[in-house]
Design a protein around this ligand. Structure first.
Ligand code: SAH
Ligand code: SF4
Ligand code: F3S
Length: 374
């Protein structure tokens, strides 16, 4: 029997799909080259923006025909979309040919569900459960190995759905991370370790005794072997000097920091609940550039956040001009049901958001062109 996994969203989800693959292979499924050849298709979904959800819905809709041709085909949907009760219900009602809807917290139960579904039931499970770190992974990213160092997020940026679908921040024990990395390196085929967390800089604050992210980085670098380490994502409010110092000092750490700014305007940053100012952000950039020569710096921006005026958007443009990022991701604000910003007055029309995102991307292109020339 064969499986096919369709993954949407961030590296977190890519890594979760490696867990799903391991679960399926433990049930004697083999990878299929094409979804047409599969006996089970798993959609690992993302809820970060409406566009991400629409892609998922469109693709699930297309499976109806396949299911008609092959009634034994099992269709499972999991990931961040299905962790929302409302969306889970919607999926079950709109696409009755889906066999399993399972939230991020219940992923370990996927195997159990597949067995149950073979007796002919449609199953749905979303809210409770705990994330089981002991599940194995089937690593699929070449010589790069993803390593989760923490789950969830406590920041509640007002636009963001992640805290609702991934739960509260929970750091993994340092020993367990170090021993996973040692095991990975002992296999001899991995050269890169990428540490994953929504806000890696706040790693370890919830552990007893506390461990800092800088400490974790230094301890990882002390492991023998020929490998590099990188990490994502850093939050400007928590990126401390000791982390910058570790990146500067440790040869094993890649000279690369992804530091989402989201906006260059203080009023918007405040409304976003980002807990830093433009000035503070610029100071961090200054520090990075002073202590890590040639460090690559990239960022994320959201344009058209509720009530954002043209002048305030211009502050984002001027920040991009000032910092000269190596690259940026620019997103049009997408209201997510259940978040604070989705209920704010002064939502910005699509047309204006589109104009702003195009303007921002054009500026970034120009900056890159100039820098490449130099
Ligand atoms: N934890 C990371 C990244 C989270 S999601 C961080 O804090 O930076 C990745 C990016 O998606 C965010 O940086 C943000 O720019 C964008 N994003 C999140 N929610 C969004 C929304 N509702 N609309 C548009 N973009 C959004
Ligand atoms: Fe979302 Fe903010 Fe958490 Fe990032 S830090 S995952 S943007 S709430
Ligand atoms: Fe990632 Fe999307 Fe979930 S960005 S954490 S897969 S909502």
């Amino acid at each position: 029997m064969k499986y096919f996994i369709v993954t949407y969203g961030c590296q977190m989800n890519v890594h979760d799909s490696e867990k799903i693959a391991a679960i399926l292979e433990s049930l004697d499924y083999q990878p299929a080259e094409r979804r047409e050849d599969a006996d089970i298709i798993v959609f690992n979904t993302c809820a970060i923006r409406e566009g991400a959800e629409d892609r998922v819905l469109g693709n699930i809709g297309n499976l109806k025909k396949m299911k008609k041709k092959n009634p034994d085909l099992i269709i499972a949907v999991c990931g961040c979309m299905t962790q929302k009760e409302q969306t889970a219900n919607y999926l079950m009602n709109t696409f009755p040919f889906i066999d399993i809807v399972i939230g991020t917290f219940n992923l370990p139960k996927l195997g159990e569900y597949i067995k149950a579904v073979k007796t002919g039931r449609q199953l749905q499970l979303y809210p409770e459960g705990d994330i089981d770190e002991s599940l194995p992974y089937k690593r699929t990213s070449g010589d790069n190995a993803w390593v989760n160092i923490m789950q969830g997020c406590n920041n509640f940026c007002t636009y963001c759905i992640v805290p609702y679908v991934r739960g509260r921040e929970k750091s993994r024990k340092e020993e367990s991370i170090l021993s996973e990395i040692k095991d990975i390196l002992a296999q001899g085929k991995y050269k890169k370790i990428t540490l994953l967390g929504q806000n890696v800089n706040s790693y370890g604050g919830d552990l007893e005794p506390k461990v800092t992210f800088a400490q974790l980085l230094n301890d990882i670098c002390a492991i023998d072997g020929d490998f590099t380490v990188s990490f994502m994502t850093s939050h400007p409010k928590d990126l401390t000097d000791d982390v910058i110092a570790a990146v500067a000092k440790q040869d094993k750490i890649e000279k690369y920091i992804h530091l989402p700014a989201q906006s260059g305007n203080d009023r918007i940053l405040k409304l976003m609940n980002r807990k830093y100012t433009r000035q503070h952000y610029l100071e961090i950039i200054k520090k990075i550039r002073a202590s890590i020569p040639n460090c690559r710096i990239t960022s994320d921006f959201i344009v058209g956040f509720p009530t954002e005026t043209e002048e305030e958007f211009n502050d984002t443009l001027s920040l991009v001009k000032e910092v000269r990022f190596d690259s940026i991701f620019a997103f049009m604000y997408s209201p997510r049901t259940g978040t604070v910003a989705s209920n704010m007055e002064g939502q910005i029309p699509e047309k204006i958001k589109r104009q702003r995102v195009n303007k921002l991307l054009a500026l970034e292109k120009l900056v890159q062109k100039e820098d490449n020339k130099r």
